[in-house]
Design a binder for this molecule. Structure first.
Ligand code: ZN
Length: 276
């Protein structure tokens, strides 16, 4: 009886295909200037929400049973349950260090994603903070949100299946997850100059990409960064390290602006960095 219950639980777990959608503003089609990234910018909210809802439609059409959307841009104050796809659920507020990946979603995807800091032709490229962080390195490799999120998902056995954003962001994910579906909605000429698709075309492309990416669930491998891990943060000059920085667990101060954390895996190192 117990074995049967367990089998049923496993089967129902498999039947549940939840996609966790990470969202940001800088990689949305039609968003190319810093002033547009204000969370209260009405046009940006419409453009972002339109792309998210297109992705949700695509995932559901492709076999997802549920899509959970995280409002990931600047303080989680951009999206509204009034305008989000009726069948999606919205995560409002900051995520814990695990990024909720312990829920072991069927897949993770990005909408509105930008590239890491210091990437040529990356529109508004940055790694977590444009003003505060110069460079972020995971196991010695320069990373931004794309790598860190993919690695956290991978730590819990969840694969990344799709990204929409600018060309630089797609190239960045392709390096670590070559099989993921990419929807490139704009091409960067420089940090603040881009060639963008129209909103209707961007949405169509995203809907289609999201639907197709569901075929990857169960086939594509999670992106796993082997432990032990180091995470090195080089802050900008306007964000030097506080006096007691070297006393933080697993931390080693490398200079006035640079600190390195050690941890047994990506989760621990990210927890140590975030424990402020
Ligand atoms: Zn971002």
């Amino acid at each position: 009886m117990r074995a049967l219950m367990l089998l049923l639980a496993v089967l129902s777990l498999n039947a549940q295909k939840t996609v966790f959608l990470i969202t940001d503003a800088e990689g949305v089609g039609g968003v190319c200037r810093q002033d547009q990234t204000d969370p209260k910018d009405a046009e940006m909210r419409q453009l972002l929400t339109g792309e998210i809802n297109a992705a949700v439609e695509g995932f559901l059409a492709g076999g997802a049973t549920e899509v959970i959307v995280w409002d990931g841009h600047d303080g989680s104050q951009t999206l509204s349950t009034l305008t989000i796809h009726p069948k999606a659920r919205l995560v409002m507020g900051g995520l814990p260090a695990s990024m909720l990946m312990e829920r072991r979603f069927a897949a993770v995807a990005y909408v509105g994603q930008h590239s890491k800091a210091d990437i040529k032709s990356g529109i508004m490229a940055h790694s977590y903070s444009s003003l505060g962080i110069q460079t972020m390195k995971l196991n010695g490799k320069a990373v931004g949100e794309i790598d860190v999120i993919a690695a956290m998902a991978g730590h819990f056995g969840t694969p990344v299946i799709m990204l929409s954003g600018d060309r630089a962001a797609a190239d960045e994910l392709r390096e670590i997850v070559p099989g993921a579906t990419m929807a490139v909605v704009k091409e960067g000429i420089s940090r603040y100059t881009c060639i963008s698709l129209s909103a209707p075309s961007a949405r169509e492309l995203i809907r289609d990409s999201a639907r197709k990416s569901m075929e990857l669930v169960g086939k594509i491998k999670p992106y796993v960064v082997p432990g032990p891990c180091t995470l090195e943060i080089e802050y900008t000059t306007r964000n030097s390290l506080p006096l007691e920085a070297e006393h933080r667990p697993g931390a080693e101060v490398l200079g006035d602006r640079t600190i390195r954390f050690r941890g047994k895996d990506v989760l621990e190192v990210w927890q140590r960095y975030r424990a402020r």
